[in-house]
Design a protein around this ligand. Structure first.
Ligand SMILES: [Zn+2]
Length: 177
């Protein structure tokens, strides 16, 4: 394994731990060149954790599907493809590292929203509107108002202006008070 710190290929495994699910093994390694420690995860090729959806049904976690929903949320936004790829691989790695065989769609959604929130507020609102499945304009407006309250005035304006047109007015009204 190439050391991520010095790029030499000379390491020793110091610890191996199987995951709860038994589908992955985490190996702690030490680089014999620079003494840095790093971990590798060995998993069954093609193994994908199961996502438990809100209605209780299960389906495999498919990274490309998550990527697609991120792309939709970020369409025409200044968010690079690399950032989206990073978010998806972070979710994937997180699932694997926590040795999980199952994850709820809720956990994935919360994680992605946290990341999108840092990256682009408009994309965040779009993703949240699909993910949180707002059933009425009020709860959507509340979410947007929350963001507007946290962010700086400029990004709040931006989020409001680019959000769903129907809800946009509600947000502006709230902010105007
Ligand atoms: Zn090294």
């Amino acid at each position: 394994m190439i050391c991520p710190y010095c790029a030499k290929d000379n390491d020793k495994v110091v610890d191996s731990r199987a995951s709860e699910s038994g589908y992955a093994i985490r190996r702690r390694r030490v680089c014999l060149e620079c003494n840095s420690r790093f971990s590798t995860i060995e998993k069954i090729e093609g193994f994908l954790p199961t996502v438990i959806k809100k209605n209780g049904t299960k389906e495999p976690f498919v990274p490309s599907k998550l990527k697609t929903s991120l792309e939709i949320a970020c369409s025409k936004r200044p968010v690079s493809n690399q950032i989206l790829t990073d978010i998806v691989s972070c979710v994937e790695n997180d699932i694997i590292q926590r040795y999980r065989q199952e994850i709820t769609s809720n956990e994935i959604g919360e994680y992605v929203m946290k990341r999108l929130y840092e990256v682009d507020k408009v994309a965040y609102v779009r993703f949240a509107s699909v993910y949180k499945d707002f059933t009425d304009p009020e709860s959507f407006a509340t979410e947007v108002a929350n963001i507007a309250g946290v962010g700086n005035p400029e990004s709040a304006d931006e989020a409001g202006d680019n959000a769903e047109p129907a809800e946009d007015k509600d947000v502006d009204d709230k902010r105007g008070e």
